[in-house]
Design a protein around this ligand. Structure first.
Ligand code: 5GP
Ligand code: ZN
Length: 141
């Protein structure tokens, strides 16, 4: 996928707009989120432009996720956080504001007031098995 001229993360990758970059390799860059949910909130971004992970070849996404443990350890060390969330949004409905794949590393502390509505549901009789069959069919497994 080529870079996209009107994409803010493509511009950061190309160095056309500044970012507080902390890591770079052939596949990705990592920089501080400009609107942090906590100090040291990082974004990991593939260098190639893809809007969603469902658009990405698996190995290209793997090359980005490969860096998560290393970057997360640095975030933990620098922020002194007690935990972290790895968050990756796809599509406006999920909260994706920048349409270029990115992974958030968000440091967490007791009482930080973050978190999200985890409205766990309950499947009606038969629904779980129906979804299992549908997904297995989609996966050809
Ligand atoms: P999303 O809601 O798409 O998952 O997250 C997009 C994130 O990108 C937001 O947390 C926002 O603060 C961050 N962001 C948007 N524009 C810029 C920018 O120009 N520079 C940096 N460093 N972060 C940005
Ligand atoms: Zn882009």
């Amino acid at each position: 996928m080529p870079q996209q001229a009107d994409c803010v993360f493509c511009k950061i990758v190309a160095g056309q707009i500044p970012s507080a970059k902390v890591f770079e390799d052939d596949a990705c860059i990592a920089f501080l989120d400009i609107g942090p949910l906590a100090d040291a909130h990082l974004l990991i971004v593939p260098k190639e432009h893809y809007e969603r992970i469902t658009d990405m070849p698996a190995l290209e996404f793997a090359a980005v996720t490969l860096r998560i443990p290393q970057l997360a350890r640095a975030v933990m060390e620098v922020s002194g956080a007690e935990g972290l969330n790895v968050l990756q949004n796809n599509g406006q409905v999920s909260g994706q504001a920048v349409p270029h794949v990115h992974i958030h590393i968000i440091p967490r502390r007791q009482g930080d007031g973050l978190g999200y509505r985890w409205n766990a549901g309950k499947y009606p009789e038969g629904k779980l098995q129906q979804l299992q069959r549908a997904l297995a069919g989609a996966l050809g497994t």
